[in-house]
Design a protein around this ligand. Sequence first.
Ligand SMILES: Cc1ncc(COP(=O)(O)O)c(C=O)c1O
Length: 376
Amino acid sequence: MNTFEVFKLYPIAIESAKGMELTDTEGKKYLDLYGGHGVISIGHCQEDYVKGLKAQLDKIGFYSNSVRIPFQEELAVKLQKLSGYDDYKLFLVNSGAEANENALKLASFYTNRSKVIAFRKAFHGRTSLAVAVTDSPAIQAPINKTDKVLWADLNDIESVKAVMDNDVAAVIIEGIQGVGGVKIPTDDFLRQLRELCTANGSLLIVDEIQCGYGRTGKFFYHQYSGIKADIISMAKGIANGFPVGAIMINPEIPAKFGMLGTTFGGNHLGCMAAILTADVMMKNNYVANAAKMGDYLFGKLKGHKAIKDLRGKGLMVGIETVADAAEIRNKLLFDEHIFTGFSGGVNTIRLIPPLCITEKEIDRFVEAFDKVTNNA
Ligand SMILES: Cc1ncc(COP(=O)(O)O)c(C=O)c1O
């Protein structure tokens, strides 16, 4: 049987990894500034993480939510500490799309309303509701198309007001648009959005799946604006590669038995992966490191003549290049052995590296970027 080919693949197979480095089947080493799509937060094969997961596997890997899984409570306390969201509730799932799916469904249950406002260029995942609020017609099948989603423009509060009505259950927004090209909502816009949602009885869902978990130098990007969301969705970095997703939920939203559910979500091994990741994050203060290393990288790239626009915060970096970004990215990978990400629509190289990055690796990237853009 062959695989169903929906991914455009690089002709590289990764065999092992450590920290910021990947090694392929031919023994070639690569610097990982992509983290497998922003997933690797504490570095590949981090020692405590590997040791803890192995030990957990020897005890129990899985049981379902029909029994109490105390690790879920332990994880909730750690996420509370990391995020500062003191009294929120935690619901665990298996991916980013599933987190958004549950966030939207919960908002609809709670408000008894059926519409949602989303933003142009947004990406929220590929399952039915998540893809319906994703602004990418090419990945929406006819069955996903719905008139329940109303579209507005990022940083244009009037465009949100224009479509807001009393059947809007929620507004969903990425903390920073990732796939859309590292586009940032302003603090003022987020505050206005918060006020508008409250006034209209709609929930504010912030998707922190790519930009959250410490990546921008605060645990969640929207915390720079001082607002609180009603539901926050997370995934990617939360368990350093183990498939875990989560939503954090405003305590005013009551839980009812059966309203949400999952077979795999919150299982022993997944929780342990997230607990170990949180422990390593806290021990090494990686949120602060993301802020520091982000400043260092932005300082190095500012004013670079090959860059048309430099966007982002901390370790979520969008480099819109003057020349073709896809070509620069290929040279970075095949000539300089550096993995980066990409946002094709806006000619932007996207860096979403592990949060344990150091100045040494940033210097290596800047040197390589100089070289491939001929700025040496
Ligand atoms: C902001 C955002 N939301 C949701 C998702 C979907 O996450 P997953 O691929 O885990 O379903 C992604 C994935 O790239 C994302 O970047």
